[in-house]
Design a protein around this ligand. Structure first.
Ligand code: ATP
Ligand code: MG
Length: 223
C-alpha cells in the first residue's frame, strides 16, 4: 500500500512577492492545507477582536507583530491540522519564529520566491484585496473581471492600508532586517529552495515541477 506521508512546507518571499497567489495554486494542485499569517491577522482585524485591533497598529505601520503573539496564533491553528499536509505562508518571518516552529515540528521544504525589490514596490501599490477570502488582484497584470470587485463573490475589493507607499518602504526594510536571516537559517538546514523571477506566472511552473518531484519521492519513501 502506498501511504502518503505528511508533508510540511513553508513559502517565503518579500511582501508582495506572490506568496498568496502561489500558495492558492499549490493548495489547489496538491491538496495541502493553507495557513496564512496575514490572513489570520486580517480576519482578527475584520472581526474586531481585541487582539486584532492591537495588531492593526503594527501592521498599518509596516512593522512585524510581536513574535510571541504571532507564534501563539499560528501554532494553535497548526495543531488543529497537524494530521494533514500543510503549507505555511507568511510564517516564520523572524529567526525566533523559525526556532519556535522547529520546536513544534520539522519543516520538509521551504520555497522562497525571489523577486527583485524594484518589482515589488510597484506591485504592492497596485494591489487590491478581497478581505474576507484573502484573494488578491493587481490592476497591472492580474485585474479582476469587473474593476473593483471580487471574481468569486462579487464583493468590493479594497486597497490595504499597509499597501501605501511609505508603509511599503517600511515593510521592505523589516523584511531585509528580520526575515532575510530566516533564509540563512533554512539554508543551513538544507531545506531552502529558491525560485527567482519577476512574474508569478513564470515562477509558478517551476514551483509546480519541484513539488511534483518532491511529493512523488515522499510517497516512494513510505511505500
Ligand atoms: P504577501 O503579499 O506576499 O502575502 P504581505 O507583506 O502582504 O505578503 P502578509 O503576510 O499579508 O504580508 O502580512 C501582512 C502584515 O501582517 C505584515 O506586514 C506584518 O505586519 C504582519 N505579519 C504577518 N505575518 C507575520 C509574522 N509571521 N510575524 C510578524 N508579523 C507578521
Ligand atoms: Mg499574504
Amino acid at each position: 500500500m502506498v501511504m502518503q506521508r505528511i508533508f510540511r512546507a513553508v513559502i517565503m518571499g518579500p511582501p508582495g512577492s506572490g506568496k498568496g497567489t502561489v500558495s492558492s495554486r499549490i493548495t489547489k494542485t496538491f491538496g495541502l492545507k493553507h495557513l496564512s499569517s496575514g490572513d489570520i491577522l486580517r480576519a482578527n482585524i475584520n472581526n474586531k477582536t481585541e487582539l486584532g485591533l492591537l495588531m492593526k497598529t503594527y501592521i498599518d505601520q509596516g512593522q512585524l507583530v510581536p513574535d510571541y503573539v504571532m507564534s501563539r496564533l499560528i501554532l494553535s491553528d497548526l495543531r488543529k491540522i497537524d494530521q494533514s499536509s500543510w503549507l505555511l505562508d507568511g510564517f516564520p518571518r523572524t529567526v525566533s519564529q523559525a526556532e519556535t516552529l522547529d520546536d513544534a515540528c520539522s519543516v520538509d521544504t521551504v520555497i522562497n520566491l525571489n523577486v527583485p525589490f524594484q518589482t515589488i514596490e510597484q506591485r504592492l501599490t497596485s494591489r487590491w484585496t478581497h478581505l474576507s477570502s484573502g484573494r488578491v488582484y493587481n490592476t497591472d497584470f492580474n485585474p479582476p473581471k469587473v474593476p473593483g470587485f471580487d471574481d468569486v463573490t462579487g464583493e468590493p475589493l479594497v486597497q490595504r492600508d499597509d499597501d501605501k507607499p511609505d508603509t511599503v518602504a517600511r515593510r521592505l526594510k523589516a523584511y531585509k532586517n528580520q526575515t532575510e536571516p530566516v533564509l540563512e537559517y533554512y539554508r543551513s538546514k538544507g531545506v531552502l529552495n529558491i525560485f527567482s523571477g519577476t512574474e508569478t506566472n513564470k515562477i509558478w511552473p517551476h514551483v509546480e515541477d519541484f513539488l511534483h518531484r518532491k511529493l512523488s519521492s515522499a510517497e516512494q519513501k513510505v511505500a
